[in-house]
Design a protein around this ligand. Sequence first.
Ligand code: GLN
Length: 272
Amino acid sequence: MKSMIVCLLAVVLCIGCLAGCGSKKAASPLDKIKDAGKLTLYTEAGFAPYEFLYNNEVVGVDIEIMKEVAKEIGVELVIEDVTFDTICASVKAGKCDVGAAGITITEERKESIAFSDPYTSTAQYVVVLADNNEIATVEDLAGKDIGVQQGTTSDFMIEDLINDGTLAGATSSGYTAPAVAAASIGKLDAVVTDKLTAETIVANNAEKYQCFKLVKADGSDAAEVEAYGIAVPKNSPDLLETVNKVLERLLADGSIAAWEEKYNGIAKGLEG
Ligand code: GLN
C-alpha cells in the first residue's frame, strides 16, 4: 500500500513537471536580467586602466562599457569585485550575468563560456626595476622570481615556460593585482602582465620601474597577440548580441579609445 502511494505520488509529480515545462518556455539569460532589473558584473579591480579602485569606487574602461550595456538593456549595473581566476567559472555557473576584466579571448576559456567580439588588443609585457639590466628577454627570466596574476594568460605563459624547462629554476607567484606585485618588485625580480597595465604601473612610478614587450632572445614575440572580450554564458545569444551591438557603437565612435586614455590618466595619478 505504502509503495503504491509513493508510486502514485511520483507519477503525479512527473505529470506536473511535464505540464510545467510544456506551458512555459525557459526564460533566456537576457529575460532574467530584465526581470531582475539588474545586470550583475564580476570584475577584478586591480587592473588599471580597465578596472581599479578610485575613491572607493570601481572605475575603468570595462565599467564604462558595461554601464552602456546595462543602459541598453534598461537595467541597473551591479559590480562585484572578485578574484580574477574565479570570473569565468562564475559566468559559466550563472553566479553573475557577465564578466569584464580585461579577459583575453582564448580557446580554452571558450570551451566553458562565450565571448563578445574583441574590443582591445594587447601583448605580454614585463615590468622590472628601472636600474635592472639583467632582464631583457624572456629567457633572462630563468631562475628569477616572477609575479603574475593568478589564472591569467601571463600566469599560463610563465607556467608553460617553467614546465618546458625554458625558465629553469624560476618561480611564479599569483598576486591579487599586478600593481601589488609591482609594488613588491623588490622581493620579486619581474612582473609579467598585459601591455597597458604594465605601462600604467610604470607611469605611476617611472623612477622606480621600467617595462617592455616580452620578446625571445631572437627578437620574436614571446607570446601571441591577445584580444579582450566580455565573458557571457554560453547559450545566451540575445545577451551576446546586445553586448556586441553596444561594443560596435563604442568602438566606432571612439569611446573605448577615449576611456583608455582617460582612465590611464586617472590611474597615473594614483600612488604607485
Ligand atoms: N588579459 C589577461 C587574461 O585574461 C589578464 C587579465 C587580468 O589580469 N585582469 O588572462
